[in-house]
Design a protein. Structure first.
Length: 445
């Protein structure tokens, strides 16, 4: 297919350099790009045409949902961006089974808002503008994760355009191996134009932050990690500290939490043990509708970069990981620290049931540096030194919180056996690795 055929047959928007929309359309939330084309399909047929054009032209495709990937997967230089933002319908297709069909370009804010009037929710991430596709295909650790699992654990089917331009369905009965691969394997296998999820009933939820002084960081952090191991699964929480905008090494430790329910007594029973861990200096937990829990995504000012790196800690490695993070967090120049409780429903899924490979982790943690390029460069040696200390205690990486996609990153995301099985699926659905703009699994030989 050539560009003339594309212009004749494509029903969506075609944006090229020099056009009035190009500057905004060419970049993602975090990364600027210079693609040759930005294509915004309005239909599945448009997605097929976009894939066929990419394959025929030899221009690398970048697939964009919400555009929040730290790696900038949603744009590129000199290639084609396939922006799915106009495929964003959210429809309840089976009331009895609470099945929801969601367009591949929808965001989680759109989903939460659409489902709220029906008293339904899907456990997703924590940001309104994050795309359903990117988050789900690589995991989905959100505010209901301990009770309902990852976003991908609630996925029951997907509609996919392959590298050949074919439309295929993947679920437990139809193309089950592809369905296995999609749940954790990222964007390696094609473009998902629609997802089908099983939603759950929801009430208002208790949500907010409880803050402790930086001087109590190490003890409160240890106590929090010990408590969340056996806390009610309705409780999901994140420990945030060393925020440079709140004082760096003197920043408070903030335990941000959600209790999934509106019963005041049950919520207090679950949350009070956290309050008892230290000297509470701020407590703003309150009852609110679930859609209001999701926050607006941050778009950094021009010239500001974010570099983030993530890892998992299992039960045995938790003490060492927390000790190293707490020591670093109390020192000058520390990255921003975030430690998320997992376990619960995530760990009850068999390790090989999906291609998400970190079921038994108790905690997922991420470290982030932010600033202009000179500040990022200056912080680099300390950042690498921190991860050198952590390396013996880290079990894998969470793809959604990685700012790079090196071979080492891919090996951390996908253990060898998982990678081998994914590579076989890749060979079947994308043998020439058209979809390589991701934590790439290369087709098996």
């Amino acid at each position: 297919m050539n560009s003339e055929t594309l212009r004749r047959d494509f029903g969506g928007d075609i944006i090229e350099p020099g056009g009035p929309e190009y500057d905004a359309a060419s970049r993602t939330v975090l990364v600027a790009g210079t693609p040759a084309y930005v294509l915004r399909p309005k239909s599945v047929k448009d997605v097929q045409l976009a894939v066929e054009f990419a394959a025929a032209s030899g221009l690398a495709p970048a697939v964009r949902g919400g555009g929040h990937a730290f790696t900038g997967f949603g744009t590129n230089d000199g290639g084609i961006v396939i922006d799915l933002s106009q495929l964003a319908d959210v429809e309840i297709i089976d009331d009895d089974r609470r099945l929801v069909r969601i367009g591949g370009g929808a965001t989680w804010g759109q989903v939460a808002t659409a489902l709220a009037p029906h008293g339904l929710a899907i456990s997703s991430g924590d940001t309104k503008s994050v795309g359903v596709g990117g988050l789900t295909l690589s995991g989905g650790i959100g505010w209901k994760v301990r009770k309902y699992g990852l976003a991908l654990d609630q996925l029951v089917g997907a509609e996919l355009v392959t590298a050949e331009g074919d439309v295929v369905l993947a679920n437990a009965e139809e193309n089950p191996e592809l369905f296995w691969a999609l749940r954790g394997g990222g964007g390696n296998f094609g473009i998902v134009t629609a997802f089908e999820f099983a939603a759950h009933p929801t009430t208002d939820v208790f949500f907010g932050k409880i803050a402790f002084p930086a001087a109590e960081l190490a003890t409160v952090l240890r106590g929090w990690a010990a408590y969340v191991r056996t806390a009610p699964e309705e409780l999901t929480s994140i420990a945030n500290f060393a925020n440079p905008f709140l004082g760096g090494p003197e920043a408070p430790l903030e335990i941000e939490l959600l209790f999934d329910g509106d019963d005041t007594d049950l919520a207090a029973a679950a949350i009070d043990p956290i309050r008892a861990l230290g000297t509470v200096i701020h407590d703003e937990v309150e009852l609110k509708p679930y859609p209001e829990v999701l926050v607006d995504g941050m778009t950094p000012p021009p010239g500001i970069q974010l570099v983030t790196r993530s890892g998992f800690a299992d039960k045995e490695s938790v003490p060492d990981v927390l000790r190293i993070l707490a020591e670093t967090g109390r020192s000058q120049g520390s990255p921003i620290m975030a430690v998320r409780s997992v376990g619960g429903a995530v760990s009850r899924v068999a390790d090989d049931a999906t291609s998400y490979a970190h079921r038994q982790a108790e905690l997922m943690f991420a470290t982030t540096i932010i600033g202009p390029p000179p500040a990022i460069a200056a912080a680099g040696p300390g950042f690498e030194a921190l991860w050198g200390r952590l390396a013996p205690h880290v079990n894998g990486a969470y793809a959604n919180f990685l700012a790079s996609a090196t071979d080492d990153d891919v090996a951390a995301v996908y253990p060898a056996a998982t990678y081998e099985r994914l590579a076989a699926v890749k060979r079947e659905y994308d043998p020439f690795n058209l979809f390589s703009g991701n934590h790439n699994v290369r087709p098996a030989a």
